[in-house]
Each structure stands twice: as C-alpha cells, then as structure tokens.
Design a protein around this ligand. Structure first.
Ligand code: ADP
Ligand code: MG
Length: 412
C-alpha cells in the first residue's frame, strides 16, 4: 500500500531508510517543487549543505503496470554496470535510493545547477557552448550503446514479478475525439482536435514516421529543456556544463526522436514569446517576438553539429537522419499542444500557429530545415564531413606506431 510523502513525513522517511542522521533535525528544511501531474517532488536540505530530491510517483495503478521510477532506477543500475556510460559526466549517477513498493526515488540534488529552461527564460541569452554540450552528451550516449545488445537486454528487465512489454514506439499521433475528451477539455480546445483531424496529410506523415521508427540505441525519450540542468558558473567551466536528468522514460529507441524533442523544446521558447493579439497579423507577431527564432537558431545548429561531430556514423547508417530529426520536431510540437490542453491551458492563436508550423515541418521537412534552422542540410553535414577530414590525418601523424612492421614472436 502506497504511503504518500509530504513535507511533514519526508524527514522521518529518510531517517528510517538511513539517508539522514537522527541528529540535527533543526537544520533540515523541505520545499516542494512546482506541482506536476506525474510526481510529487520534495527538496530536502540536510546538514553540511547536502540536498536531496525525493520523488514520489502519483496515481500508481494497481494493475501491475511497471512504475516509471523503476525505469529511472534501472538506468542508474546500468550506469554502474557499464562505466563507459557512467563516466560520461553529464549523465553520471545521482540516484541514492529506490523504494519500489512506495514508488519513491531519492536523488542527490545539485544545488549549483539550474533548470535550463528557466535559465534561458530569465536571461534570454543562448550561448552556443551550452547547446554544443547537449549535442556532444547525447551523441556519447547514443554512440556508446548503438546496436549493442547488452544495453538493450539490460533495459528490457522488468520489475520483480511483472512482464515488460516490448519497447514503446513514441511516434504516435493524437487519438480521435472520444466522449471522454469532450468531457475533459473546453470547447476552445476541441478546436485543436478538429483542426488536427482536418489535416489528412499530417496524419499520413505521422503514420509514415511511426513506420520508419528505428530503435537502435539507448535514448532518453523525454528530452526537453526542463530535464537539462546548467551549472550556475557555466561560463567559467570547460566541462560539467550540463547534466541530463529525469530518466523515467528512457529505453531502446530512435536517436532522431531525442534530437527532435530537444529542438522542439528550444522552439517553444520562441513560440511562447510571440505577442499574439487579434489586432495583429502573424507577420507582426513574429517581428515582435521577445525571443526571435534568429536568436535560437545558432544554438540549434551548434547542437546538431556537435552531435554529428561526435557520432558521424549515424549519417552512414541513416542518410535521411536530419530529415527524420525535423519530423520528430514537428511531432513534439503537436504533443506540446496536447500536453498544455491536458494541463488546462486554453488552445489559443499561438497554438494554432504552432499546429500549422508542426504540419509544415512534418509534411515538408526538407524545406523546414532552412526555415527553422536557418541553413541548408548540406551546410550542417558538410561542416561535419570537413571536420572529420581535417582531424583524421592529423590524428594519424600524432599516433606512435604500437606495432612492428613485421610480426615478430617474442624472444625471436
Ligand atoms: N539534481 C537536481 N539538481 C537541481 N535541480 C533538479 C535536480 N533534479 C531535479 N531538479 C529540478 O526538479 C525538476 C523536476 O525533476 P525531474 O526529475 O525532472 O522530475 P519530474 O519527473 O517530475 O519532471 C527539474 O525540472 C529540475 O528543475
Ligand atoms: Mg522532468
């Protein structure tokens, strides 16, 4: 039976589990993070400046569905078992404790790090080194696990006594309007479902994307800017700039999906900054954006280039990789609208524009590379190819030959 945690009983829980001492109770404070639908998140300050994040999943079903926090814990086990991954500093393990029965997970809370979405919104600056760090980290994860059965099998482990379904294909469109949806959303938001269903080409493009879904490596599967942390002194550091958190959805997936999600999360900064007013034409709204698309484009390009620099092989494996990244970007924009409707936000003119944009990206991905990224696909790819050509011979020159010209047996 689940025992819900609150600010009042969390310290007691941590003491029972040996995660904080029984002394010095007076130094301990608890703060609840902004509520979300999935989890209750409490930050506990202990003595010596130690901070813990205590997550508890809400609404756990008793039908044996595997808990999402189990997945996050499983990923942490994987990092420990395979140091090649655990040593990537931006994804290094943080989990200290997992309580499957009560669906509670305790992580170290990194007080020096900030939520990247908040960082961008508060400062309205987009240094390319931050986006590059995300691209490099993601490529390291995808590359290290690419087509490696041992990682796939590890992540297929099911919670004790339960059965794990095969990995979920996230390339899903929006369900048709059902009587339940009528009951859940207001009449303005129903317009979203009506418009969506009117665009036949959009539904066809999503169906194609689902068909093309190509799971081949370990993926985060919920990569948006709230799940990236940035170091408060990022501009004085060469590494440890960022951390990727919240691995609840991770699994065996398609690398283009992670890139599409993070690009859509950057686009959200632009789209939510549009000044939408019935008296304004769309052109005027775009010109008045507080965060114009041009400000974030260099970060989008830097992220993709850093990714491809660190994992160029993905282009040999999937020659239309960037096109598929764009399609997943369009799909993620549609899911953003759906999530905000479910969180009781109204469907307004900015969402209508977002849906139109998502449709264009999904149905005309080649064109959208230019309009969204501000550059040609060939420009992004050729700069990566050039980088590899330059670095290859130089690397060879610097290498000391470790072998003899002719094989010699020891002692001969
Ligand atoms: N280790 C951490 N250090 C600093 N902030 C964190 C840390 N972990 C989480 N946060 C903050 O808490 C929020 C929620 O954590 P997250 O694991 O993403 O939970 P949820 O699954 O509820 O989204 C994050 O978006 C981030 O702002
Ligand atoms: Mg999160």
């Amino acid at each position: 039976m689940l025992s819900p945690l609150y600010s009042r009983n969390v310290i007691r829980y941590l003491q029972d589990k040996g995660l904080c001492s029984l002394l010095n109770n007076s130094f301990e404070t608890v703060r609840e993070l902004k509520a979300n639908q999935k989890n209750c998140n409490l930050v506990v300050n202990l003595e010596d400046n130690i901070q813990l994040l205590v997550k508890q999943e809400k609404n756990i079903t008793s039908d044996g569905t595997p808990h999402e926090l189990f997945n996050e814990w499983l990923f942490q086990q994987l990092l420990q078992q395979f140091p090649v991954l655990g040593n990537i500093s931006a994804i290094a393990p943080l989990v200290l404790h997992f309580d499957e029965e009560n669906s509670i997970l305790v992580r170290s809370y990194l007080s020096e790090y900030l939520d990247l979405s908040n960082f961008y919104q508060q400062n309205n600056i987009f240094p390319v080194e931050i986006a590059s760090a995300i691209g490099t980290t993601l490529a390291a994860l995808h590359r290290a696990t690419f087509q490696r059965k041992e990682y796939h099998d590890f992540m297929a482990t099911a919670p004790a006594g339960q059965f794990r379904y095969s990995f979920y294909n996230p390339a899903q469109g929006i369900d048709s309007i059902t009587p339940e949806i009528f009951g859940q959303v207001n009449s303005q938001s129903l317009q979203f479902y009506t418009l969506y269903q009117r665009y036949e080409s959009l539904e066809a493009a999503i169906a194609d994307l689902a068909y093309e879904w190509n799971p081949c490596c370990l993926t985060h599967n919920d990569l948006h800017l709230h799940n990236v942390l940035i170091h408060s002194r990022w501009n004085q550091l060469d590494n440890c700039l960022i951390r990727l958190i919240d691995w609840e959805a991770c699994g065996w997936g398609d690398p283009a999906f992670d890139l599409g999600n993070i690009i859509a999360s950057y686009l959200k900064l632009w789209l939510y900054s549009l000044v939408i007013d019935p008296t304004l034409q769309l052109e005027e709204s775009l010109q008045l954006a507080i965060t114009p698309l041009e400000d974030i484009q260099p970060s989008l390009v830097a992220l993709l280039q850093a990714y491809l620099d660190a994992f160029p092989m993905i282009l040999e494996y999937s020659s239309d990789f960037l096109i598929r990244v764009m399609k997943f970007t369009g799909l993620a924009l549609i899911h953003q609208i759906q999530d905000s409707i479910h969180n009781c936000r109204n469907f307004d003119n900015s969402d209508i524009y977002k849906l139109e944009l998502a449709k264009n990206i999904l149905t005309m991905p080649e064109k959208s590379i230019v309009s969204i990224l501000g550059t040609q696909e060939s420009e992004i790819i050729s700069s990566v190819t050039k980088m590899n050509e330059v670095t290859q011979p130089e690397k060879e020159k610097q290498l000391v030959r470790l072998y003899y010209e002719k094989t010699r047996l020891r002692g001969c």
